[in-house]
Design a protein around this ligand. Structure first.
Ligand SMILES: Cc1cc2nc3c(=O)[nH]c(=O)nc-3n(C[C@H](O)[C@H](O)[C@H](O)COP(=O)(O)OP(=O)(O)OC[C@H]3O[C@@H](n4cnc5c(N)ncnc54)[C@H](O)[C@@H]3O)c2cc1C
Length: 458
């Protein structure tokens, strides 16, 4: 199926009988945008389908299996690993018209949502009812619940609240062939049978198309406060992290910014920290007002030789979080090109990992910005380079290879958040053992025996 360039005329006709005209895109200008995502690779889809109902998704999946046409599920295209690029050819199935919050229950602490709902919209709909949907990828205002489920998205609050998988109670999934599979249950606790819900979460559109989800909600924290703490060096910053956990504190977010990041930010805009600041932590606590104030006091006690600190509450916290958000635009001061990875390592190995990453960058004549969710050992590694330099791809490839070796050698993971897609595929065989890979292939064959769903990914 990979060498074909387009649908056959008969296939276009039969697809047109299944879907209304406004649910099918066939011309290159209409299809163009669906050929890429934030991973920045491109392949033109044979067609794009935009079903409005679950029944239409089922009919498309039935048709696709009959015709052996690859189907690439897609939501908002914000994944950074080219997970929805149709590189083998096939049709892109956009889930964005399935975008209703069907219900939210204050008594059950659950929401029933369709996959195309923007994550922020669910957070807001929960918030106005005094409820809380904690997963908060930095892309929260533009990504969708369906995409978050398919990538098991995490975010800054993962250290305290976990990741998307921890909030998915059950799913409705359309399988290749069109069958509708229901997994899980509408309750917070359920241990009946194998956990197909967890299997679907993070499967990057390779096992089925998620068309509905039961989501777990929490009570909305009443109050939150954020602290920016700067240190002369990263040893003191990381010692403070150990002290924080050692004191029994569990912040809602705990971000680490080493020296290169502070320097890069200082060259980009006015920054509050003194010149001798060589590392920073951004720490958020949430809960009842009294307990947050107590936690903030305990946090202050846990800091090892801070050279600067600032605290804010309510909307004022934004001024601190804004500094963290500036890292991405500021990073391009160091190069026009960026190769990003999101590795994770055991928390105790963070310093070793950061030093190793610096060495790898130096050996490959690249600059690097490494920072991240230090509370869960998840580091964003950005190799920065001049993309007009000839042969630069070889340096990047070699640096990424060495990075994966380093991370795996420390007992870590080659992806803590973003998934595999096409971008991590060259490395993904290295992490699970041969037997685990064989079981994964077997599971794929059970759900998708003809390999029509997002083929060639994961
Ligand atoms: C600026 C920026 C910041 C980011 N920050 C974070 C972060 O903090 N944490 C994090 O985890 N990620 C982050 N990401 C990555 C990205 O936002 C997440 O991977 C997100 O979950 C993707 O959602 P989406 O709606 O864009 O899905 P898409 O990118 O459209 O799709 C992602 C994957 O899901 C599959 N898929 C989509 N919908 C369905 C469906 N209904 N059924 C089955 N499979 C489906 C696709 O085939 C693809 O494999 C960031 C990205 C950007 C650009």
């Amino acid at each position: 199926m990979g060498d074909r360039m387009s649908l056959k005329k008969s296939q276009i006709k039969s697809l047109g009988r299944i879907l209304p005209q406004d649910c099918l895109l066939l011309t290159p200008p209409e299809k163009l945008i669906y050929g890429t995502d934030a991973g920045r690779r491109f392949a033109m889809p044979w067609a794009v389908v935009l079903p409005k109902t679950v029944q239409q998704v089922r009919m498309v999946m039935h048709w696709a299996l009959q015709e052996r046409v690859p189907v690439i599920p897609r939501a908002r295209g914000t994944n950074v690993v080219s997970a929805c690029v149709p590189h083998t050819g096939g049709i892109v199935l956009s889930c964005l018209r399935l975008n209703r919050i069907v219900s939210i229950s204050n008594r059950d602490f659950t929401a029933c949502v369709q996959p195309g709902v923007i994550t922020y919209e669910l957070q807001e709909a929960a918030r106005v009812r005094g409820l809380f949907y904690p997963p908060d990828p930095a892309s929260v205002r533009v990504c969708s619940i369906g995409g978050n489920i398919a990538t098991n998205a995490g975010g800054m609050r993962a250290v305290k609240y976990g990741v998307t998988r921890d909030y998915v109670l059950g799913l409705e999934v359309v399988l290749p062939g069109g069958e509708l599979l229901m997994t899980g249950a509408r309750v917070h606790k359920n241990v009946v049978g194998l956990d197909l819900t967890s299997l679907m979460v993070g499967s990057e559109g390779c096992l089925g198309v998620v068309v509905g989800a039961w989501i777990k909600l929490l009570p909305l924290p009443q109050y939150a406060a954020t602290m920016l703490a700067c240190f002369e060096n990263e040893e003191h910053a990381l010692e403070s992290v150990d002290n924080i956990f050692g004191a029994g504190l569990l912040p809602a977010a705990l971000e680490f910014l080493p020296r290169e990041v502070l320097e890069c930010l200082s060259g980009y805009a006015d920054m509050p920290w003194p010149h001798n600041a060589g590392a920073a932590l951004v720490i958020q606590c949430d809960g009842l007002e009294g307990s947050v104030k107590q936690e903030m006091a305990a946090l202050r006690q846990s800091l090892a030789n801070p050279v600067y600190s600032d605290e804010a509450e309510h909307k004022e916290q934004e001024r601190i979080w804004e500094l963290r958000r500036l890292i991405n635009p500021a990073s391009f001061r160091l190069g026009t090109g960026k190769a990003s990875d999101d590795v994770s390592v055991p928390r105790g190995s963070l310093l070793q990992a950061i030093r190793g990453i610096r060495r790898i960058a130096g050996d490959n004549s690249l600059q690097v910005l490494v920072f991240g969710h230090v509370g869960d050992g998840n580091l964003h590694v950005n190799f920065m380079y001049d993309d007009s330099l000839q042969g630069i791809e070889l340096h990047i490839r070699s640096a990424r290879e060495e990075l994966m070796d380093l991370v795996l050698g420390l007992g870590g993971s080659i992806s803590g958040e973003h998934g595999v897609g096409l971008s991590k595929k060259p490395f993904s065989g290295r992490q699970p053992g041969a037997l685990a890979l064989e079981y994964m292939r077997g599971i794929k064959r059970v759900f998708d025996p003809e390999n029509i769903l997002n083929p060639g990914k994961l």
